[in-house]
Design a protein around this ligand. Sequence first.
Ligand code: APR
Length: 318
Amino acid sequence: MARNKIALIGGGQIGGVLAQLAALRELGDVVMFDILEDMPQGKMLDLAEASPVDGFDVALTGTNDYKDIADSDVVIVTAGLPRKPGMSRDDLIEVNSKIMTSVAEGIRDNAPNAFVIVISNPLDAMVTLCRKVTGFPPERVMGQAGVLDSARFQSFIAWELGVSIKDVNAMTLGGHGDTMVPLVRYASVNGIPVMELLEQKYGSAAKAKEVMTAMVERTKAAGGEVVKLLKTGSAFYSPASSAIAMAESILKDQKRVLPTCALLQGEFGVDGFYVGVPCVLGAGGVEKIIEFKLDAEEQALMDNSVKAVKELVGSMNI
Ligand code: APR
C-alpha cells in the first residue's frame, strides 16, 4: 500500500510547522510547494536532516512545481500574506484572493482527488474561493479555524480555573473573525459546566459571568493578540497544530468531531455558505455536519456571524 502524501501549499511560518508535525507523526510523505525559489527545498532539506535524530522516516520534498503535488491525499493551504499589527483578517482579502485563485487552479489540475484544508485568511472567504475554483465536492474542501479558536478558548478556561487543558472541552462556532461564537453553555471540565465552576470560585453568578465574558472576548481577539506581540507575522504554531489534527482525522479515518469551516446546505438555517460548525472528519472528508439546538441568544450570535461571513464573501464578487 502506498504511503499517504501530504502537500503543503505555502512554506512560510505555518507551512514549516505543518511539515515538522506531519513528519514527526509520520502522517505520510510531505511535499512543500512555494513560489519562492529554493526556500521550500531548503526547509525540507533541513527538516529531513533532523530525521535521524527524531527517528521519523518519511520522504520530504521542497518544490516550486505544482506537478510534484500529484497524487496527494491531503493538501493544506497557507499560501498568502499574514496580518500585520492593526490589520484585521478581512484586510487581506484582495491580495490573498489572487493568490488563492492560482493555488486552487494548481490543486485542481495536479491533485484532483485530494482533500483540501485551507488556513489562509480571511478564512471563510478563502475556503469559499478555493471550492469555487477547484470545483471539488464540498466534503473535500474545508477550512481550519474552529479547532484553533476552540483551543484558544479552552486554554483561557484552563488557565482561569487552574485545571489541565486536557480536561477542558469547549467549542466555537461561526466565522473566523470578530463575530465568532464561543459557546459558553457547552463549555465544561470533564462534563462539569465551566459557569458552575466559575461561580464556585468567585461565589457570585455576576462575577462568574464577567470573567466568562472576558474570556469570550479574549478568544475572539486572540489572533490579534499574537499579531501584536509578534509584530512581524501572525500565529503559526497553533494554526498548524489545528490543521494537522484535521488532516490526521481524515488520513486515519478517526471520525473526530472537530469544529470545521464547512459548506452548509440548510444546517443551522444557512444555505450555500462556509461557516464553522462541528463536523465528523474521516476518510470521506467532511462526512457529517453535526447540527444541534442553539438557544435564542446563541442563535442570534450565530446569525450575526453568518451575516458577517456573507458580507465578506459577497465583497469578492465571485
Ligand atoms: N503560491 C504559493 N505560495 C505562495 C504564494 C503563491 N501564489 N504567494 C505567497 N506564497 C507563500 C509565501 O512565499 C510564503 O512563504 O506563502 C507563504 C506564507 O507564509 P508566511 O508569510 O510566513 O505566512 P504564515 O504565517 O504561514 O500564514 C499564512 O495563513 O493564518 C493565515 O493569515 C495567515 O493568510 C496567512 C496564511
